[in-house]
Design a binder for this molecule. Sequence first.
Ligand code: NAD
Length: 482
Amino acid sequence: MSDTFKNYIAGQWVDGASVNDNLNPSNTNDVVGRYARASKAQTEEAIAAAKAAFPAWSRTTPQERYEILKKASDEILARKDELGRLLSREEGKTLAEGVGEAARAGQVFAFFAGECLRLNGEAVASVRPGVGVEVTREPVGVVGLITPWNFPIAIPAWKIAPALAYGNTIVFKPADLVPGCAWALMDVLVRAGLPAGVMNLVMGRGSEVGQTLLEHKDVHAISFTGSVPTGRKVAAACVAATPMKKVQLEMGGKNPLVVLDDADLKIAVECAVNGAFFSTGQRCTASSRLIVTEGIHDRFVEAMVERLKGLTVDDALKAGTHIGPVVDQGQLDTDLKYIAIGKDEGATLAWGGELLNRETPGFYLQPALFTNVSNSMRIAREEIFGPVGAIIRVKDYDEALAVANDTDFGLSSGICTTSLKYATHFKRNSEAGMAMVNLPTAGVDYHVPFGGRKGSSYGPREQGAYAKEFYTSVKTAYTFAG
Ligand code: NAD
């Protein structure tokens, strides 16, 4: 198996138990690479290595950790075009999106390099005479990182960088569909000087590698991003484990974008097209529900269809492609199933929804836009995770807000309006972790918290300085000095 990309365990690149052919969704004849899949026993070795490395790594100085993270950031940023191409080739988002995501990963490492130097605590006056109180943060221990396929470099980066910055050691399991970016990131960190065992890469299946992380007593915390059903299992396993594990879940969305009568139509259409269809609609923050008041509804629908007609769906790596393929056959089947469900439920397919043939065999789907959708339909309630948008017509702002909040999810939300009154009210009353005004529901900054409410998220926020809530454990120390 010498031609395979290997796992990284205890400072060594090692062959796996089997091999995963990583296919390009724009051209299934193109094998991006052959990647080792780790076994349960290898995952246990990785956990043992992370455990052994923890005492020394947790005692490194902020300067030592800063230098490694900064080096990783510098290399990722210098190689963003190449890494972005790899990302687009294995995941199917356009080259511009892939390069943008690679650059984002570099920025995340730079931010957390700085965080190494900014970690502080508090000295508090005690209620008792002669006693001093200190509140400090310590690393949690060995953290298991489990990531999805749709942001193959940014999501691993925003888990790995804070885990390392705050002194934890890592066992990282990326999604089986996108081992390429995970391997590249591991390779960068090895070159940046990470000591053996501090970070271990175990590529492979959730049911084997992931499950081992959830059950093993020496993994102290799990940071998971993925679907709600898997997230539920992850949380249950973390609580069932002895000792219980700290857990953080980022999951799905059914994000609303409200468009009011007074919106700038051009801005509203750009927000909706970007939010619902870019990255092939495969974003947890995608605007899958477009909630439009009746005074602008018909003009909005007409402008949306015109805009969609002008978008090119093609090979992710081709210049001029606006929307790449769906990630794989399974996701394509899901998208087509929901398009059929939408029609059966009585929604009107205003545009798209059909399979497309391109030069190479790939999973090409014309973005689908439904109108006459009610918020009780399955296409308005269940996460599809594909290029399928649903327009829900409402009377006024009050109904729009009620419909926006009537969902089991609560990740991101948006409103397009020129009214300060409605924008302010929406920001305060939207039941989502992130609220956007005249911006797409997807697309966030890297230095501020990211996460949602209700069924979308569980546990502390990711990203920005808030990441320390998960990756550190608070200690309160009391001293009586006489
Ligand atoms: P998924 O739940 O199928 O898989 C996520 C990860 O969990 C993968 O690495 C998978 O191998 C692993 N896994 C599967 N079964 C497991 C088990 N029993 N034990 C441990 N690990 C297991 O999700 P996906 O299809 O890769 O990603 C798409 C989902 O991710 C969507 O629902 C999307 O909304 C969500 N997502 C959320 C965010 C966010 O930040 N909220 C960001 C991106 C994606």
